[in-house]
Ligand binder design. Structure first.
Ligand code: PMP
Length: 419
């Protein structure tokens, strides 16, 4: 719409905001006949709904007037104490005074991007990285530079090389953003040895680390990994959320940071929305103080472990010869790679026509890579649907590979002839 008068009034920083090319397809993908392996939704249906209902009723019965009020900008103190306990079960130490409650981890990331990033500043992130973080950094015009990862997570040697290169180019690196546990989208965790090496690199290069940990408690074996915040507490800003261990609908997340970072975050939070919803903070507080929440999390873990197994077994059966994928140790996602020449972005429309959806790999890179990669979610569909989804996807993938082999180039490259 070149003659839309609003366009010239928009702030420069909005120029980089793009409507997702795949959003239109996702509205089709959400139709019931489509098996969606695309979203990142936990299975809230696996919650004990009677317990949820009791919790809601008790909040209103015990402190309805308080819960319906504003809260302070830093968040409801009894909840912050509870969140510290939750971090503790995940092996991370913090003090309630250091926590700022946010509207999900996503708002935490947005406020951190707003706090640290000037246009052109560099944020280093795993390649691939969480799409919502890329959006948050991009909306403050930061440049995301990726560091490769493998089955052991981010490669600290490659991180150091990247830091060297960026310094030589006189680029300002503001922070490293990382999801060390059951990463979204790659489904892998940073190994113990690499955590140590990453901590050393951060010390050597005076690097601030944003450690985003939504999935730590969703380890299939219930094992906790040492947090970066435990190794180098003064260098790490920790982001947590209740979305995956209770509910994303209550939108409760938090940032743990001390001193001036915490103070500035409170000011930014107040500027954004005055305070977190007090009602949902009370609900969360009651859930985690009254309900056997650790049993619920153990149930989620087992539930997702089985679903993950169903998905990876189906991948072996249907696409074992043409596809590689990560073997997740927890979390919600499998990351898959198809043969050279396949473009998962191009293939999505065909997949949706075959009633299956996924997220193309390119969404998880700021630099346009990820052409032959894709993310598959296993938390939301039951085992039968996961198998059906993979069967449908396999038909599309095998046909696509035949096409690529026949033409010897990617569909994207052929587009001019196709049209
Ligand atoms: N970080 C990561 C790595 C995520 O995967 C997500 C959600 N998918 C978030 C942050 C945001 O979570 P929420 O805002 O629901 O807390």
């Amino acid at each position: 719409m070149p003659d839309d008068p609003s366009l010239r009034r928009f702030a420069y920083r909005t120029a980089g905001l793009r409507a997702s090319e795949i959003r239109a397809l996702f509205s089709v993908a959400s139709r019931p006949e489509v098996v969606s392996l695309a979203g990142g939704m936990p299975d809230t249906g696996a919650l004990d709904m009677d317990a949820v209902s009791d919790t809601l009723a008790q909040v209103v019965a015990h402190d309805g007037a308080g819960a319906l009020q504003y809260s302070g900008g830093q968040g409801y103190e009894p909840l912050r104490e509870q969140l510290v306990e939750i971090m503790h079960t995940d092996g991370v130490a913090a003090h309630p005074d250091d926590l700022v409650v946010t509207t999900g981890a996503q708002q935490g990331l947005d406020l951190l991007a707003k706090l640290f990033c000037d246009p052109g500043d560099v944020v280093i992130a795993e390649g691939p990285s969480y799409v919502g973080a890329l959006g948050a950094f991009g909306s403050y015009q930061a440049e995301v530079v990726h560091v490769p990862m493998d089955a052991e997570g981010l490669d600290p040697g490659a991180l150091e090389n990247t830091l060297q290169r960026l310094r030589a180019q006189e680029q300002v690196v503001k922070l490293l953003y990382t999801v060390p546990n059951h990463q979204n989208p790659a489904g892998v965790s940073l190994s113990a040895q690499r955590r140590q090496r990453l901590a050393e690199v951060a010390e050597r290069w005076d690097l601030l680390v944003v450690e985003d940990n939504p999935y730590g408690l969703l380890d299939f074996k219930g094992e906790a990994r040492t947090a970066l915040r435990t190794l180098i507490p003064e260098r790490v800003v920790y982001v947590g959320t209740l979305s995956k261990i209770f509910s994303p609908g209550i939108r409760v997340g938090w940032v743990a940071a001390s001193g001036s970072i915490r103070d500035k975050l409170v000011q930014l939070k107040e500027a954004a929305d005055l305070c977190q919803s007090n009602l949902t903070q009370h609900v969360a507080h009651r859930w985690f103080s009254v309900q056997p929440w650790q049993d619920q999390v153990a149930h989620f873990r087992e539930h997702y472990r089985k679903r993950c197994r169903a998905l990876t077994d189906a991948l072996s059966d249907e696409m074992g010869s043409v596809c590689e994928w990560s073997e997740p140790t927890g979390g919600l996602f499998v990351w898959a790679r198809l043969p050279e020449g396949v473009d998962t972005g191009e293939m999505l429309a065909t997949a949706v026509n075959h009633r299956v959806a996924y997220v193309p790999g390119r969404a998880f890179y700021a630099d346009g890579s990820g052409q032959r990669e894709l993310r598959l979610n296993f938390s939301y569909c039951d085992e039968d649907r996961l198998r059906t989804g993979v069967q449908r996807l396999a038909e599309v993938v095998h046909a696509e590979i035949e096409l690529v082999q026949a033409f010897g180039e990617s569909r994207a490259d052929r587009r001019p002839d196709d049209s």
